[in-house]
Structure formats: structure tokens, C-alpha cells
Design a protein around this ligand. Structure first.
Ligand SMILES: [Zn+2]
Length: 131
């Protein structure tokens, strides 16, 4: 049986707009959505660019690297976990979990990289771990 992800119930929701993202996660690839008109990436993935409202957006292979913008150690959960905002090297900031480390060692500004964690009945979910 796959590990349960603390603070994450079941499998992620999907829809046609985001299906390629979850397919890539299943292949161990981390995609981000970026705009051909203004050149900026955004999170979460959308067909229309939230920066310039252009509709020429496309999937790009993300670096999978980032730094912790802020975090919260959820110590009172059944299985404690660290939820965080990570600013990706590609530009946007995303909400995620910091995993595979001692929660007491997590720091703002810490360099992290993506890891994929299994879900129950769905694609793996990208999370981050300190370098
Ligand atoms: Zn744009």
C-alpha cells in the first residue's frame, strides 16, 4: 500500500484543462504553464494567462527547483506535516508540502527541489524537499 500523504486526502481532482499536468506527474515530470505573449509562467495552470489575459499559453518543463517563501508546521495533525509556499525558479509561487526532512529544520529561503509522492488511486503529487 502506498504511503499516505499527511494532510492530503485521496487523489487530486483533474479535468481536461489540467490532465496533461497530471499525466506528466505520472511520468515523473513537473510541468508549468507559461504564456507565449508575455513570456511569464503562472501557477496554478490555466489556459488564459493571469498576467496579460492572453490565451496563447502552453506547457513547459519546469526546473523543479525553488525556495521556501513561507511555511507552517502542522504539528497537531494525526501525522504532522509541513505545508509551504514555494517560489519556483520558473517564477510563480505554489502551495505545496515540504517532505522527507525534519520539520524543525525547515527555514524560509531554503532551497528545495521537487519530489513526487504517491496518492491513493490517482497520479503522484509534486511536493518539495530541501536540497
Ligand atoms: Zn501573458
Amino acid at each position: 500500500m502506498a504511503d499516505r500523504i499527511p494532510g492530503f486526502a485521496g487523489a487530486p481532482d483533474s479535468n481536461p484543462e489540467i490532465a496533461p499536468y497530471w499525466q506528466a506527474c505520472a511520468e515523473g515530470r513537473f510541468l508549468i504553464r507559461a504564456c507565449d505573449a508575455c513570456g511569464r509562467a503562472h501557477w496554478y495552470p490555466r489556459a488564459r494567462c493571469p498576467h496579460c489575459f492572453g490565451d496563447r499559453t502552453d506547457w513547459r518543463e519546469a526546473t523543479g527547483r525553488g525556495t521556501i517563501y513561507s511555511f507552517s508546521h502542522v504539528a497537531r495533525a494525526e501525522v504532522p506535516y509541513v505545508m509551504a509556499y514555494v517560489t519556483l525558479a520558473d517564477g510563480p509561487t505554489m502551495m505545496t508540502n515540504i517532505v522527507d526532512c525534519d520539520p524543525a529544520s525547515v527555514r524560509i529561503g531554503q532551497a528545495v527541489h521537487v519530489v513526487f509522492k504517491p496518492t491513493q488511486g490517482g497520479p503522484p503529487v509534486p511536493m518539495f524537499t530541501p536540497d
